[in-house]
Design a protein around this ligand. Sequence first.
Ligand code: MTE
Ligand code: MO
Length: 196
Amino acid sequence: MDKLLPPGQFETEKWPILHKGDIPVFNKTYWNFKLFGEVKEEKILSYKEFMELPRTISTVNMHCVTTWSKFDTTFEGIALRELLKLVEIDEEVKYIKIYGYYNGDRFGYSANLPLEPLLGEDSLFVYRWKDQHHDWQDIDPKHGYPLRFIPPETFYLWKGSKWVSGIEFMKEDEAGFWEEFGYSMTANPFKEERYR
Ligand SMILES: Nc1nc2c(c(=O)[nH]1)N[C@H]1C(S)=C(S)[C@@H](COP(=O)(O)O)O[C@H]1N2
Ligand SMILES: [Mo]
């Protein structure tokens, strides 16, 4: 993976922890993931169904808007494009919102993203990772276990919802949790799109 530091960022080998609210308790029996919005039929996946989807391993760089960047973390997860095979989305869908927990509210956190750049191997719902200093291990609950999204490195890491609960498919772009507070809708670290 290229190690190109976006403007205003510094490299760290640690993996800092950043979120608002409590870390939710994972319950395999009740956990589910909802695909909804501009779809012909909504779909709800159990934990088992989600984890049976084809898996992808990819190495990515993470850029946090608080200025740290962590290069070359290898993740195992399920690519977003696998989920697109499970619903019939309206052809005018251009954006999505990826939801996650915020203080006990399953849909309390969200981040909006354009759909088209998320069709590659670097858009993953992840549960396992390794890097230069760590062997394969489950993602810690602090980082979003059982499942969190990691966006391509052309988006700041706040677009990577932890403790994910679903995807909403949208025709128009709509602000998520941090975007409502003035953070960028597009959030490209290489263009330093921090705020709007
Ligand atoms: N559910 C949820 N996901 C979240 C957040 C949050 O507050 N709640 N914070 C985001 C922010 S601002 C960042 S920078 C990354 C940090 O991920 P990390 O703690 O694994 O480094 O998670 C993102 N995902
Ligand atoms: Mo962040």
